[in-house]
Design a protein around this ligand. Structure first.
Ligand code: HEC
Ligand code: HEC
Ligand code: HEC
Ligand code: HEC
Length: 381
């Protein structure tokens, strides 16, 4: 077995929820199961995914072993590619807390986001994968957010005259140490703290005040610390977040045509930089992985199976006609990932098929050029 992490994604297995025999499973819980949400998030009412399938727990475990010299030596004996794993794994080491999100986010926004996710945390490489969820599943998830939403006291409407004082407080109270707000406060920001430019689209203004005053009062799972602010200060900060000017242009729209490289390219080059490093992880060869094929091959996240295996030379060659297009689509989507701060996301603006690698930043142009060059050169081994 070459890829020991092959025990990946038994989405169907998730459908049996231990302890759910006596009580009927609420439709919301089933919807979270259908969406495979527990692969990354702790989902209320669902048991934690085992490390063999959880994208978060397994990646965290790899980093934990890497930092323990004794365990690391043992792992290197068992897994011939261990050092490569340590070097490559960087995604999903932390994900947002779903319960805190359910308490504060607007259910309707969540529905749009699930259909057409976009970047919320500029310093976090990975984002939510795009899902192919049915309307019924989306309805149930929206309802679950509706039911979990916190009740708060009404507050005054956001006022422009508070913006200046709010801006000063944003810096002096320490918010700027963790959060950016569109083009403002971008020098320091914590990867897990959302860019607050999207907050006006996804939170109720009253809930925002309650959250800023004391996040734990909105959800005990909040990870943002309470900063000892009173209600009036929280209103000033909310008004700044709501009404600050956010004019800026995307810097990510670089759509120059990628030329195939003319340098000689080997299979080893494309395997180590593209297919083995990232694609194989979702497009596994079941024969090398105890029957597991991954969501990109056997189906998952609501998608039907594709039969595309990108772990072996033969598998890549068999799928080669679709690959350049899939990479280019993801590159185009990088533009859609960037939603003009303060605007609603452009829901359902994407092509029917998601670009690849799903939910991860596009492969760098240089590596796409490498793949194109390798194809031009007749795909040498
Ligand atoms: C493969 C891992 C993965 C899976 C599966 C996944 N998520 Fe996420 N989710 C993430 C990551 C990573 C983020 C943070 C994205 C960002 O900030 O740009 C996120 C963010 C979110 C957010 C926004 C929360 C916040 O604090 O900003 C919500 C809501 C959410 N996910 C709901 C869901 C639901 C519902 C499902 C199941 C249908 C799901 N997720 C499945 C990885 C995942
Ligand atoms: C049992 C452990 C395990 C599980 C479960 C697991 N991974 Fe990984 N993942 C790894 C290892 C090991 C690597 C490094 C592979 C390599 O470099 O050859 C990796 C690498 C990756 C990479 C490329 C590096 C990075 O961090 O971006 C992506 C993307 C990825 N995994 C996504 C996922 C997703 C999505 C899931 C859940 C559906 C998942 N993984 C579940 C062990 C795991
Ligand atoms: C130590 C880092 C840190 C500091 C300091 C901090 N936050 Fe946060 N904030 C977070 C994190 C992390 C989240 C994501 C939710 C969570 O897990 O608690 C968050 C969430 C939020 C949200 C919800 C936004 C959304 O779109 O979901 C608002 C609003 C917010 N913070 C405002 C503020 C304000 C205003 C301040 C200053 C008084 C501040 N934060 C200080 C880390 C921080
Ligand atoms: C996080 C998991 C994941 C990763 C990583 C991933 N894929 Fe996929 N892939 C999928 C899923 C799920 C589908 C099915 C989507 C569909 O039916 O449109 C798919 C479908 C495809 C398809 C067929 C549909 C199309 O777009 O033509 C191709 C080709 C493909 N992937 C190539 C790649 C390549 C190349 C990489 C690496 C750069 C990659 N994939 C990385 C999950 C993944």
């Amino acid at each position: 077995m070459r890829y020991w992490w092959a025990l990946l994604l038994p989405v169907a297995g998730l459908a049996t929820i231990p302890g759910a025999v006596a009580d009927p499973v609420p439709p919301q819980t089933t919807a979270f199961v259908e969406g495979s949400c527990a692969l990354c998030h702790a989902v209320p009412g669902l048991p934690a995914e085992p490390r063999t399938t959880s994208c978060t727990d397994c990646h965290i475990w790899i980093k934990a072993v890497a930092s323990d010299p004794r365990k690391r030596e043992k792992a290197k004996e068992i897994f011939p590619l261990w050092e490569r794993y340590e070097k490559n794994v960087h995604s999903y080491l932390e994900v947002p807390n779903l319960e805190a999100a359910m308490a504060r986010l607007e259910p309707e926004w969540v529905r749009g986001y699930l259909q057409d996710p976009h970047d919320l945390r500029p310093n976090l490489d990975e984002s939510m994968p795009r899902f192919a969820l049915s309307e019924a599943t989306l309805d149930s998830i929206e309802q679950a957010f509706e039911q979990a939403r916190v009740d708060v006291e009404p507050t005054p409407k956001p006022r422009r005259k508070n913006v200046e004082a709010g801006e000063a407080l944003f810096t002096s109270a320490g918010c700027a140490a963790c959060h950016s707000l569109g083009p403002h406060h971008t020098s320091v920001s914590l990867p897990m703290a959302p860019d607050l430019a999207h907050t006006r689209a996804r939170m109720d203004p009253d809930v925002a005040v309650a959250w800023i005053a004391n996040p734990k009062a909105v959800s005990e799972h909040a990870t943002m610390p309470a900063l000892g602010l009173d209600q009036d200060q929280a209103v000033l900060l909310r008004d700044y977040i709501w009404l600050a000017r956010l004019d800026w242009e995307s810097s990510q729209v670089t759509q120059a045509v990628i030329e195939p490289t003319t340098q000689p390219v080997t299979w080893e080059d494309v395997e180590s930089r593209v297919f083995g490093r990232i694609c194989a992880h979702c497009h596994m060869n079941p024969e090398l992985n105890q029957g597991r094929a991954g969501p990109g091959n056997a189906g998952g996240f609501g998608y039907a199976p594709t039969g595309i295996e990108l772990e072996t030379y033969e598998g890549v060659v068999a799928a080669i006609d679709a690959i350049p297009d899939a990479l280019q689509r993801r590159r185009d989507e990088a533009d859609r990932d960037w939603v003009k701060p303060g605007s609603a996301p452009r829901v359902l603006t994407r092509p029917d098929q998601p670009g690849m690698p799903l939910g991860h930043p596009p492969i760098p142009d240089e590596d796409i050029s490498l793949v194109l060059g390798w194809i031009d050169q007749g795909m040498p081994r």
